[in-house]
Design a protein around this ligand. Structure first.
Ligand code: SAM
Length: 355
């Protein structure tokens, strides 16, 4: 019954699972393009959209946390697999007081720290900006106990966020257990662990649709190629090569969601939300529409249909004309890529029995 424990992963000579090195290398090598490069990207709209989805998720759970706090109380966050710090502005806006940022890719952590310094400098000049403290370190969250690296090992967190990254730990039971313990163990009761990750169910649905002879499937912005036995699929190490235009090209692992829930329970985390991106978009659009418009730099956003999926359309002559697309829409390929994901949230219980 216990999903955790055990090992079974292929080890490298330095020790540690083989794929984490590949993943770290991939993200370390990733160049940070300027806004101009991003605008040229085939997934420009999707990146804005994903950013907006993260904002919605962060704001939803920060609001719940604040409901149980008094003005002036500390709000501490762990951004696990923080990357280059793409969410730092979201944390600033959420008025947190302290953040711990960690990622396996040292280069990304350095960029994240620089981004934080920029935010701090701006905040120094402005009376109104929110100043928050931060700590940074590079490490593998699937192998290392993070709390031992915190400046204060007794620190209690209000929120742990792991965006587009938790699936990397499903390489082996030991790694998944370690990552879940890292997410849970410093959360105070009532605190939340929030994540976005690929939806294994949706990936397998598309694989079946592609047919038994298809070596890979996807479209012009994403591609998935399985690199393991798929009949039956293993609970851990269900490896596939994921390619996302210009951003990701590395091995990933299917997250068996019932196993994730069981692992959470082991560490006192109770599942409170599991929603596909397509459904979460519909749920949050009514109150998130203005922010989506601002984040996309667009004048208005309207739902549009792709098959059965309602999807937003950017009404922006400016950007659309630059890209030779129907007036300002998230392309069908981008919509298919973004709807590979789900959002989930867990709440920390007083003791594991409650979870
Ligand atoms: N969370 C960031 C965001 O939303 O912009 C970055 C997401 S990026 C798709 C995935 C990140 O997970 C990369 O920065 C990568 O280095 C990190 N990562 C992958 N495996 C990891 C591990 N075992 N430990 C820590 N970070 C890891």
């Amino acid at each position: 019954e216990d999903a955790a424990g055990g090992g079974g992963e292929s080890e490298t000579q330095e020790g540690g699972p083989a794929n984490t090195h590949v993943v770290a290398h991939h993200y370390n090598e990733l160049k940070e393009g300027g806004r101009r490069d991003r605008q040229k990207s085939k997934i420009f709209f999707m990146r804005n959209f994903n950013n907006w989805m993260k904002s919605q998720l962060i704001n939803e759970y920060m609001a719940l946390i604040k409901e149980s706090k008094r003005v002036g109380d500390a709000l501490r966050v762990l951004d696990m697999c923080c990357g280059k710090g793409g969410d730092l502005l979201k944390w600033e806006k959420a008025a947190i007081t302290h953040i711990i940022c960690t990622d396996i890719a040292e280069v990304s952590v350095e960029q994240c720290q620089r981004r934080y310094q920029d935010i701090l400098e701006r905040a120094e000049k402005s009376k109104y900006a929110n100043k928050f403290t931060a700590e940074f370190f590079a490490c593998d969250s699937t192998l290392v106990r993070l709390r031992e690296r915190y400046k204060d090992v007794t620190l209690q967190l209000n929120l742990v966020s792991c965006q587009f990254a938790f699936h990397y730990c499903f390489e082996s039971p030991g790694q998944a257990d370690c990552m879940m313990r890292n997410a849970a163990e410093c959360l105070e009761p009532g605190g939340y662990f929030i994540a976005t990750m690929p939806d294994a169910f949706e990936i397998m649905r598309r694989k079946r649709k592609a047919g038994p002879d298809a070596k890979s499937f996807g479209n012009d912005v994403y591609n998935i190629k399985f690199d393991c036995e798929t009949d039956p699929l293993p609970l851990f190490g269900a490896k596939y090569q994921f390619h996302l235009e210009g951003v990701v090209d590395c091995p990933e692992f299917l997250v068996h969601f019932p196993t994730l829930v069981k692992l959470g329970r082991k560490y006192g985390l109770k599942l409170v939300r599991k929603t596909t991106f397509a459904d979460y978009y519909k749920e949050v659009l009514p109150h998130g529409r203005n922010l989506l418009q601002r984040m996309s730099g667009l004048e208005s956003v309207q739902p549009q249909r792709y098959g059965n999926d309602e999807q937003f359309a950017h009404v922006s002559e400016f950007q659309a004309s630059q890209r030779g697309r129907p007036l300002g829409t998230l392309s069908k390929s981008e919509w298919e890529a973004t709807t590979l994901y789900l959002v989930c949230a867990f709440q920390k219980c007083k003791n594991t029995w409650d979870a």
